[in-house]
Write a protein that binds this ligand. Structure first.
Ligand SMILES: Cc1cc2nc3c(=O)[nH]c(=O)nc-3n(C[C@H](O)[C@H](O)[C@H](O)COP(=O)(O)OP(=O)(O)OC[C@H]3O[C@@H](n4cnc5c(N)ncnc54)[C@H](O)[C@@H]3O)c2cc1C
Ligand SMILES: *[C@@H]1O[C@H](CO)[C@@H](O)[C@H](O)[C@H]1NC(C)=O
Ligand SMILES: *[C@@H]1O[C@H](CO)[C@@H](O)[C@H](O)[C@H]1NC(C)=O
Length: 409
């Protein structure tokens, strides 16, 4: 490289940001992470990873560290309020796609990613809250932090989540939209369910009147289960209001317990003793489809670009697809043209556009899948034997190399 390039700056050291730093490092592209929190996020709750994301984490050397920590499974099961199987959904197939799905605590995944980032010598600055872009040239971008300091980089990546501040640079007036659905989750010992060992888990039990109740094993041995209820809530709160509601543990416990008698007995057992420590409240917000994820030297990805409803469990999995393909596209561009900074900004913009449209097309297919799943789960959708299984090879069996070759050509 003729001129030493300022590093790529990543705002947000969450799942997207940390993984992006590792993916760039794999191509010897330096980056720096800035995180507004004082320390790594340590909220409870596990997330589900499907083979499209696991393949990426495997390539980056992360999978071997997380596989022993989580619960492996293949299907999600759906049952009626009277405990009759109504549907199932492949979350993976080891035979077809190489991996079983993995449920792992978010903090465990973040800890593994963070220690790999630190081992790679990638700087992570906590207590650094991105504030706003102050100037841009064709080669670089300069911004400020809330503490008044500023920094410059060749590329500024907003991996700062659904309420992204970096996104304000591209869409000053956009705010995420509340879907009027919330979920409250907690963690209880599996033994508390008093269920037969063969009772199919993870399960979602659907009550037309009461909403959906989820039971999903976690920890490597499945000895603990997440219990969670999703239900409409007409009222929207501001952020402080949501925090206050989540801190109101008796409200959350009541929410989980309401209407238990309209579900099979396993639900009453599940909510009989709820440790307050593991309770989370999750209002479902979405980001409407955006025309662009880039402006000049600023790029958004992950939840900042496309926060989607949780139906198909793809939120975080799609974020991993973003960061991996983004790093590959940037690396290809560097290989071909020696640098991003001194090169042709117009050409680089075109490459990023192709990447964005390609990624959006996959996110759109996930949104279609969400719709189909929601329709199938209406009370009169049919019996389990009548339903065609979904064709999901496009999702779990994706060939990233093919896509990247197309986008970075
Ligand atoms: C309770 C809960 C449960 C969930 N469960 C699932 C699940 O089971 N499966 C699934 O697929 N998805 C799940 N999701 C969604 C999933 O968490 C997101 O898709 C995923 O976290 C997106 O990752 P991200 O890194 O893009 O954003 P985030 O995880 O939101 O990370 C953004 C990071 O940026 C930081 N940041 C924000 N603003 C600034 C700023 N101005 N300056 C610097 N840093 C900043 C934040 O502190 C944070 O660390 C869940 C979400 C919640 C809230
Ligand atoms: C990048 O990832 C590949 C595949 O896992 C690995 O073989 C290679 O050593 C990695 N390179 C760096 C610099 O980390
Ligand atoms: C918690 O919620 C309950 C039930 O809605 C309400 O009566 C109570 O005032 C709330 N407590 C706090 C501290 O907000």
């Amino acid at each position: 490289m003729s001129t030493p390039s300022p590093p790529i700056a990543i705002i947000g050291a969450g799942l997207s940001g940390l993984t992006l730093a590792l993916a760039l490092y794999n191509h010897s592209i330096p980056s720096t992470l800035y995180e507004s929190r004082p320390s790594p996020l340590d909220i409870g709750g596990a997330i589900m990873l499907s083979p499209n994301a696991l393949k990426i984490l495997d390539f980056l050397g992360v999978y071997q560290h997380i596989a022993p920590l989580g619960f492996h499974f293949e299907k999600l099961y759906f049952r009626s309020h009277d405990d009759i199987p109504i549907d199932d959904f492949d979350f993976s197939s080891r035979d077809k796609h190489g991996y079983k799905a993995l449920r792992i605590y978010r903090y465990q995944l973040i800890n593994v990613l963070l220690s790999m980032v630190r081992n790679a010598g990638i700087p992570v600055h906590y207590n650094k809250k991105f504030s706003q872009v102050t100037s841009e040239t064709p080669e670089s971008v300069t911004w400020t932090f809330a503490d008044g300091s500023s920094a410059t980089a060749s590329l500024l990546i907003g991996a700062d989540g659904i309420h992204s501040r970096v996104r304000k640079h591209i869409y000053p007036d956009l705010t995420p939209k509340f879907t009027n659905m919330i979920g409250v989750t907690a963690a209880v010992p599996r033994a508390q369910l008093q269920a037969e060992p063969e009772y199919p888990l993870p399960v979602t039990i659907m009550s037309p009147k009461r909403g959906a109740f989820v039971i999903a094993p976690q920890r490597a041995d499945g000895s603990e289960v997440l219990i969670g209820k999703q239900k409409r809530l007409e009222q929207e709160y501001d952020r402080a209001g949501w925090d206050e509601l989540m801190e109101n543990k008796s409200w959350c416990v009541d929410f989980l317990r309401q209407g238990s008698k309209d579900f099979p007995p396993i639900v009453a057992h599940a909510v009989s003793d709820i440790p307050l420590k593991g309770i989370n409240l999750w209002p479902f917000y979405i980001v409407p489809k955006l025309d662009t994820w880039t402006k000049g030297r600023v790029v958004i990805l992950g939840d900042a670009a496309h926060a989607i409803p949780p139906t198909a469990g793809q939120g975080v999995n799609q974020a991993f697809e973003d960061v991996y393909t983004f790093a590959r596209v940037v690396a290809k561009e560097r290989e071909q043209y020696q640098s991003l900074e001194g090169g042709d900004a117009v050409r680089f913009g075109r490459t990023l556009k192709k990447w964005q449209l390609g990624r959006q097309a996959r996110v759109d297919k996930v949104l279609e899948l969400n719709d189909k799943l929601n329709k199938r789960r209406l009370p009169d959708a049919g019996e389990v034997g009548d339903l065609e299984p979904f064709e999901l090879d496009w999702l779990y069996g994706v060939d990233f190399e093919e896509l990247i070759a197309e986008w970075a050509s």
